[in-house]
Unconditional design. Sequence first.
Length: 229
Amino acid sequence: MCGRFTNEMTWSELHALYKLSDELFPVAPHNMQPRYNIAPTQDVDFVHLDKAGNMELDRGRWWLVPFFAKELPKAAMFNARIETVDTSGAFREGFKSRRCLIPADGYFEWTTNEDDGKKDPWLLQLPDGEGFSFAGIWARNDNLGVTSCTIITAPAVPEIEQIHTRMPVIIGPDTYERWLSGEDQGTDAKALLLGAQIDSQLEFHRVGREVNNSRYDGTDTKKPLINSL
């Protein structure tokens, strides 16, 4: 799963990662601030294709609200399992035609401490904290006036399964446009994501338990604990 992540990317880094049009996005569309502990239901940036096929930066709730929903979903909708994303009523339309990329530079998972039974948070990130993209889907619910998104998850690769049995699907830039275009559908789209994922490149270390509180957004959330694995 992926229930918390970080994003300290600057506008110039975001602009470069997605090759955003200088004409369409000459400046940041909102006041971007570094975020150290992003939690479900908060607003996040995401990228999708506009009608002309250009990368478009959007913003919405990280907890999918399907286009047909009559109220905000109470069931957890911040992750979509790759095994069922193309058949689930809540996700299948988005997987077919409303795909997105969600920028981040790290995410948290938890293990249970054998000594006290409490949860220990771990930060997973690419070398040097490089920015990356979760593969996701998005929706627009006009009745509720809500734009939203969710992150696709898959079984963990061997390199990180000691931390968690599942992982958010992180794909490399060379696959961004193909994923967003919808060129691949159904099982082909799933194969595209799994073949393009770069989660095996992730590094990880323990961080302080302050992260366990979703309201904590201190600048030290990425700081390694001494003597972590």
